[in-house]
Design a protein around this ligand. Structure first.
Ligand SMILES: Nc1ncnc2c1ncn2[C@@H]1O[C@H](COP(=O)(O)OP(=O)(O)OP(=O)(O)O)[C@@H](O)[C@H]1O
Length: 248
């Protein structure tokens, strides 16, 4: 069996909730019932261990706020764990926040080179694939490729972002609700692209609330609840566990 491409061991991260109000003066002096300097800290994800082998397709399932996106961001290396470890043996194509990294003052063309470069693509690779990427992003983006992205609709930015990231040759794909954004035509392109990338043997970790997407693309499922990994099994088992846990 091939060595794991992703290894999480006792993985945990701690966040601090945003304070919505200024502390009142007397609260600064009075410590009440354990609400001390650590007040507001919580673990959105804790004690999570699993491995993924090359070519596996893994769906991450759970209610809102149970740490699914946090897990993807830890795999992507955008977040650093406070406990345990996450080891990733290969480059990651993060289809997460698709317009992340775009600079509003630059044109679509300039952003393509900027974001592609940030993901490690060489200027030569980007020049060779430029037409493909832009035509994939669709007619509207093609027409506006020399316009500042400030004037793009959010859908146009997402299309360009998806076009760039899905052209990365990286072996690991991370996707967070990608098929939930964009119109029907964009979704069709997304599905065809994901099928093609999986056909090439890429490894997928997909976060989605869409059962059809999860069963279509994933064979394995991780069910998270309250930041803990409750089940690591087939996608059908993970969906069953999720459905049994959801109050009716
Ligand atoms: N940067 C942050 N600082 C503080 N809390 C955060 C931060 N990012 C996320 N959270 C909180 O961490 C918890 C887990 O968030 P996360 O986005 O991982 O959940 P999720 O399972 O992906 O949810 P959803 O299904 O709604 O997308 C939530 O309570 C969220 O409010």
């Amino acid at each position: 069996m091939a060595d794991p491409i992703i290894e999480a061991e006792g993985l945990g991260i701690r966040f601090v909730r945003n304070r919505r109000r200024q502390l009142r003066l007397r609260e600064l002096f009075i410590h009440r019932g354990g609400r001390s300097a650590s007040s507001g800290q919580f673990w959105p994800l804790r004690d999570v261990s699993f491995t993924v082998r090359p070519g596996e397709t893994v769906g991450v399932i759970g209610r809102n706020g149970t740490g699914k996106s946090t897990l993807l961001r830890l795999i992507a290396g955008v977040l650093i764990p406070d406990e345990g470890s996450i080891r990733v043996h290969g480059d990651v194509a993060p289809l997460l926040e698709l317009s992340a990294g775009f600079s509003n003052d630059l044109t679509g063309r300039e952003n393509l080179h900027l974001v592609g470069g940030l993901h490690g693509l060489s200027p030569g690779y980007l020049r060779r694939h430029f037409d493909d990427i832009v035509s994939f992003a669709g007619e509207q983006v093609e027409r506006a490729i020399d316009t500042s992205v400030r004037h793009y609709s959010s859908g146009m930015k997402v299309r360009l972002g998806f076009a760039i990231i899905s052209h990365l040759p990286h072996p690991i794909l991370l996707m967070d609700e990608v098929t939930a954004v964009g119109d029907a035509e964009f979704r069709k392109k997304c599905y065809a692209t994901i099928d093609r990338l999986l056909g090439e043997g890429r490894t997928l970790v997909l976060v989605s609330h869409n059962q059809k997407d999860l069963t279509r693309f994933c064979r394995r499922g991780l069910f998270l609840d309250g930041g803990r990994l409750r089940l690591d099994g087939t996608i059908a088992e993970a969906l069953d566990a999720y459905q049994s846990a959801v109050p009716r």
